[in-house]
Design a binder for this molecule. Structure first.
Ligand code: G3P
Ligand code: CA
Length: 295
């Protein structure tokens, strides 16, 4: 069973209670210049079912309300009918009411499956419905046209049945929006160095983040291959090696750990001097980034 989410009528669209919403507004009513990238992990997944239309709409709404820059993080993989869908797991068992391998379903079939009920009671249509990358790009485009400062961190998941076709397709889709060049609101992130290198060949002007879990391996010195801007480690890796952030910074790299949901983790990451924070709760992270004690 997935995490439960509050969808009661006492919450707003982002799932915030009146008190939570008030706390967010207090924090942003006295804003300092935003110095950190905040990334909404799988959409605003702390308050809405992950990777659904509702999760990304809530994240965009929060960015609109607060006036803050917010990155939307999504994992992409192919459907059976050659489209890119936003979904973390290779199977749909954990987040939907059906079982099976995501790649075996067409988009139409996935759209008919309930991705809301396992994560929130009585989901709305948008809380039940998985989003495609094409839809998400349009959502981001429309938000930016309304001057909402949202960006996108697209994670290409590997291994997958189509391999590096994923990068080819992402590049082609970004080109349709004119987002395949400098100034693009999109960064490519991946646990696969091979995928990041290919993304660099296709999209040399876009920022890239190398995600890591468990250990830094050959990158322990804090140096990434040329052109890859940021490290994206599991926060547990920084707890085991807090000096890593300084080494990465010395090599000119940013560090964007994940997934920062607990206050202690958020404060710890900020104390190390990370530049990006990936979280299921952008409102929580912003409260810490903008806390008076950090002035
Ligand atoms: O953005 C980094 C984070 O998404 C990596 O972990 O497993 O949620 O894709 P995962
Ligand atoms: Ca991810």
């Amino acid at each position: 069973m997935g995490r439960r989410h509050d969808s009661s009528s006492n919450s707003d669209r982002a799932g915030l209670t009146p008190l939570g919403r008030y706390a967010t507004l207090i924090a942003v009513n006295a804003p300092r210049p935003q110095t950190h990238h905040i990334f909404a992990h799988r959409g605003f997944s702390g308050h809405q079912p992950e990777m659904t239309i509702a999760a990304f709409r809530a994240a965009i709404d929060w960015a609109a309300e607060t006036g803050l820059r917010l990155g939307l993080e999504c994992d992409v993989q192919f459907s059976a009918d050659d489209q890119l869908i936003c979904l973390h797991d290779s199977r749909i068992d954990r987040t939907s009411t059906t079982t099976g391998v995501a790649f075996d379903f067409t988009v139409a079939e996935l759209k008919a499956i309930d991705f809301g009920s396992r994560q929130t009671p009585n989901p709305t249509d948008e809380q039940r419905t998985l989003i495609t990358l094409a839809e998400l790009l349009i959502m981001v485009r429309d938000a930016r046209q309304r001057d909402v400062d949202v960006t996108l961190a697209i994670e290409t998941k590997h291994p997958n049945p189509r391999g590096l076709d994923t990068e080819d397709r992402v590049a082609a889709m970004l080109a349709e929006h004119g987002w395949d060049r400098a100034g693009s609101p999109v960064r490519i992130i991946s646990f696969s160095m091979e995928a990041l290198i290919k993304a660099g060949q296709l999209l040399p002007e876009l920022e890239r983040t190398y995600l890591q879990q468990f250990d830094f391996g050959e990158y322990e010195t804090g140096k990434l291959p040329d052109g890859i801007e940021a490290f994206g480690p599991d926060i547990a890796m920084l707890k085991a090696d807090p000096d890593f952030v300084a080494r990465a910074r010395d090599n000119g790299h940013e560090v964007h750990p994940w997934t920062l949901n607990e206050p202690a983790d958020i404060d710890f990451a900020l104390s190390l001097g990370v530049q990006g924070l990936t979280t299921d709760y952008p409102d929580r992270v912003w409260g810490h980034v903008n806390a008076p004690s950090r002035a």
